[in-house]
Design a protein around this ligand. Sequence first.
Ligand code: SAH
Length: 448
Amino acid sequence: MSKKFVETQKNIRGKALYYDENGCGVVEQGKMKIPVPFLLKDEVADLFVVKQGKYFTSRIDKLIETSNDRVKPKCEYYTSCGGCQLMHMSYDAQLKFKTKYVKGLYKGYKVEDTIGMDDPYAYRNKMISTFKFDKKIKSGFYKLYSHDVVSIKKCLVQDDLADPIMETIRQLANQYKLKVFNEDKKSGFLRHVLIRTGHYSREVLVVLVVADRVFPGKGQFIKALVKRHPEIKTIIQNVNKRQTSVVLGEEEHILYGSGTIKDQLMGLTFNISSKSFYQINPVQTEKLYGLAIEMADLKEKDLVIDTYSGIGTISLIAAKKANKVFGVEINKAAIKNAIKNAKINKISNVQFVEGDAGKIMVQMAKERVPVTTVFMDPPRSGSDEKFLSSIVKLKPKKVIYISCNPATQKRDVDYLLKRGYELERIVPVDMFSHTNHVESVCKLKLKK
Ligand code: SAH
């Protein structure tokens, strides 16, 4: 065995000096920097530390000195469920942690305070539960970095509509003696349930992710489920036979309703389907989009490109103020939703283009489309050089960059800062309260 992989275990007493990007308190021992989950800055604790190669895993054995920022987590599953990471930190301290993290990336720039929630609970409109069999059928979430399912009856960050539906699904699955899918044996039927809730509409979409097209007792199962929960407007059977941690498979069959639900955002109505991206925190999304639109300061003559546009939310909101908006998105289902959403809202000055945002921007740059404003909202990995170099060619006056990963945002922003743009505002928004995730929106302006 190479020396690098020798495992050492130690008991130490240490003080957390600062947080890492995951919100772990970092204890330093000589040259070693040990991240400790659930330890707050300035707290002293006895720790159990395992060093494996370059990496540490550590846990608190005993807290010796506690911080004023420590609170008792409201959730009984916290620390065994991997969903939340900061529930032991007061909400105010969580927001400060997020601001400081973004400030650390944007050194030398002014970062505004993180915009928080008035009530940081029951905010999530999307829940994915996984089944397990332990004397009877149970469901819950994966432990952090593992495929062990923690049985959960109530998730405090979920919309209140989701848990009672999940409870009924568990009851029915037991009643109809459905078999839980076993990842190792690749046998069984029930894998996951995805529940999406409309924040304003109170409509619910349920996706039953199963390993087979044949659904024993399907008719009665569905009938019983919608009878107990009339808020369920549509049920989809998603077939996923693969050995994968990706929840949804390709094949889908609508078992009940139209396959989509509606919800409202900033006064517009949106159709949401099982696979298309939709922001998970509707209360904060309105603040985030409101801020993005304020930063863009759109005028009647503006020609806007909304890239990574999902189901067209930002595009349609911007279309109300601008002359014309192009929405660019790679996901076919999302584009279909977006086109329908434009119709529902009777908005005609918007056009959705399906494809890779980088490629389409290159094409627009070739055609010298006179774009004035670009919104970009890429996935966690950020954008790419094709895309960014096209911005430099198109020279929009303003670029509004929304990101769920400020580290890749900063990398992309640096590219534009070196090529004629300046940063005017950076604002973190708390879309994922009690977790270590941070959203950030910034405004770039073309230098005169
Ligand atoms: N702006 C939307 C969606 C943001 S999520 C909203 O706020 O709801 C990011 C979106 O980028 C997803 O819909 C994803 O399908 C899309 N996407 C990912 N890679 C892409 C690419 N290379 N080109 C265009 N869209 C992409």
